[in-house]
Design a protein around this ligand. Sequence first.
Ligand code: XMP
Length: 528
Amino acid sequence: MSVAVKNQNETPTRSPVAQDTVLVLDFGSQYSQLIARRVREAKVYCELVPGSIDVEEIRRRNPRGLIFSGGPASVYDDRAPHPDPRVYALGIPILGICYGMQLLAHDLGGDVAPASRREYGHAALTVDSPAGLFTKLPRELDVWMSHADVITRPPEGFQSIAHSINSPCAAFAGPGGRFGIQFHPEVAHTPLGRDILRNFLFEVCGCAGTWEPQSFIDMAVADVRARVGRGKVICALSGGVDSAVAATLVHQAIGDQLTCVFVDNGLLRRQEADRVIEVMSRQRHITLRRVDASDRFLAALAGVTDPEEKRRRIGATFIRVFEEIARELGDIDFLAQGTLYPDVIESTSHDTTNAQTIKTHHNVGGLPPDLRFTLIEPLRYLFKDEVRQVGLALGLPEDMVWRQPFPGPGLAIRILGEVTRERLDTLRAADWIVIDEIKRSGLYRSVWQSFAILTPLSSVGVMGDGRTYANVVAVRIVQSDDGMTADWARVPYDVLAAMSSRIVNEVPGVNRVVYDISSKPPSTIEWE
Ligand code: XMP
């Protein structure tokens, strides 16, 4: 038997569309996701869809407004992406951002031409006509631009409503609530960008701004009930917020038809497994199977030092253990997973050709592609911060909801060299102190991750009257928005001093602590 999804192409969990939806048509900008986030921050439900989306699909979703993202192309390129031309006849307000504005200009009969020089960075925008997009905003705005083409003539019926030194038409407005802006309101470098987007959503599209965690929960619970019927669902808990929130939602919908499985791989941090059992089983009364598989994982890792090989073996062992449990449980129809919107967007994004495998993250806990379960992914339309809000609204405890990211292969990729029970104990003790001290300092939530690494080095030390020759532990604390890039955190020396002193005093076999001051890139967050 093999454990996997029944049909990856099957219609996914219905998008939890409430009253107001705005669609962001993605034309390849690196900021497209950010636009969707900004819209949701304004409490308007928003989805990112391909720029080529069929107009019938747009009609079916009945959006209040459309946003055309920026993108790297020039509208005159042969292969430049364009929206379905029928989109302009829908009568739905449109905001075109950068390339999106140029699309509006070009497709509706205006002129776009290469700028005399590329405009990149901060620019001073002067608003000439505030109605609509610039309502209640200052006449002079600091905005962030990045474009090589400019609008030389707006389409018939459109008017320039703002200019900058290099762009005589830096924003335009046309009939039917159609607007274009040459700058990027979604980035932090445009300080009043959120207000401009809010004006589009509320003044132009007439959205109500009622998108709340509870509206999502109600829709998701109803949806899971409708899909599952009397079926049985299995869900693997990892200890992380995503699977915990997904399981809690599914449990709210179908109660004991859900069985959660927690595979203790022996690679977790101190008290982590117990906390999952405490919260999910004792507090939430979710049917939960805990499987202690640490011996099997350690056996699979014996003698392995290569990081990718560690990941492969952990992934393969996980699948085998999970399969066995599923077989014991008998007739299971659905597999619930805590897949988030960024993963969905990433896996459907058009440009994955250049993506290189730096580390095979997504293989761990991943499932082979032959068929057995139908997937339930109640969080597939949420961003991480929204998952946290939903978790809190569902009553999950703060420490679980705000847990820092923790890699699927766990401590195995933080022990350089072979993973043994003894080395795991050493790392676990050191890691506990790092977390304890960062929590004590009040920085736990403001840093992305904070943890210890057990290096393969021994160094000379002195303790009492004696010489020691013992392990070197590294401490890694990073700031990041999404884990893709990161910088080492400038935490106060006092915090580092407390960590270091406690680690060498409390953890047997460690006599030296070093702080990792590398950024990503060129380093990565994990050491393996
Ligand atoms: P790196 O080390 O690539 O990590 O800078 C980026 C983020 O991903 C996490 N990470 C993993 N997560 N399986 C996971 O589920 C993995 O194999 C894995 N490797 C790294 C890492 O903790 C950081 O948040």
